[in-house]
Design a protein around this ligand. Structure first.
Ligand code: MN
Length: 245
């Protein structure tokens, strides 16, 4: 019993993300994702982009694939998630570039006007999706868990504190595959800005420090295959580069 600190098997490691420019890490408690938060992406997925309440789904904490910090680009820190393994059980792996919000102060039923005070910082993430399994799940009215929440399905950059960059509400969000730009939107195009998302989510769960929210993707999502090199970034937040193997 003493070998395992009272647990019957080895306790799993705590998932975490690095902090840009430092040695500390952000511990991950839960990972929430937002569906359809940019009108042009809602349209490309065949949905009505009207401002209906946001909907949420989850990834397991260890889906987050933490970046290591690489050499800086001219315009900011470069984060490299290294090699992301191509998942099993799909023939249509797709990318979705997203602003990632890291919650620092928990709460429930948080008012939109108070919500940003609960945000510790931001990162650049990709919501990798088994699109074929997701389409099948939609068709059969089954849950999305295994189309969204597989191993390494959430590559993410180092986080930057809001105390340093503030709360970004505009600026380019983009992704390129093998150097060819595939997605470009602007944070100001979010149907539900960060404060509204945090507030709405806190009506469903008690948010806690360590919770992470992937805030949805602009249009241009598409398929990637083994060997593809993904470069992505958000103005004022950071960059994320990785390859698929
Ligand atoms: Mn997404």
């Amino acid at each position: 019993m003493t070998e395992n600190d009272g647990y019957v098997v080895d306790a799993p490691p705590l998932a975490s993300l690095p902090i840009a420019g430092g040695n500390e890490r952000f511990p991950i408690r839960r990972v929430f994702c937002v569906g359809r938060n940019y009108a042009d992406h809602a349209r490309e997925m065949g949905a009505d982009p009207d401002r209906e309440p946001p909907f949420f789904f989850s990834k397991p904490t260890d889906a987050v694939f933490a970046a290591i910090e690489g050499a800086p680009r001219a315009d900011g820190p470069r984060c490299v998630a290294g090699v992301v393994p191509y998942p099993s059980a799909t023939n249509d792996l797709q990318f979705e570039i997203e602003l990632v919000v890291a919650i620092g102060v928990g709460g429930t039923s948080i008012a939109p006007g108070d919500a940003l005070a609960h945000v510790w910082g931001y990162g650049v993430g990709v919501d990798l999706t088994r699109r074929d399994l997701q389409a099948q799940a939609k068709e059969l009215r089954r849950p999305w868990d295994l189309s969204k929440g597989f191993d390494a399905s959430g590559p993410c950059s180092a986080l930057v504190p809001a105390s340093v960059i503030g709360h970004p509400d505009h600026g380019s969000i983009w992704l390129a595959v093998n150097g060819a730009e595939r997605q470009r939107g602007d944070l100001s195009d979010q149907i539900w800005p960060v404060a509204d998302l945090v507030s709405e989510l806190s009506n469903y769960v008690t948010l806690g420090a360590g919770d992470v929210i992937f805030t949805g993707t602009p249009s241009g999502v598409g398929t990637i295959v083994r060997g593809d090199a993904i470069t992505a970034g958000i103005d004022g937040v950071g960059d994320l580069d990785f390859t698929i193997r």
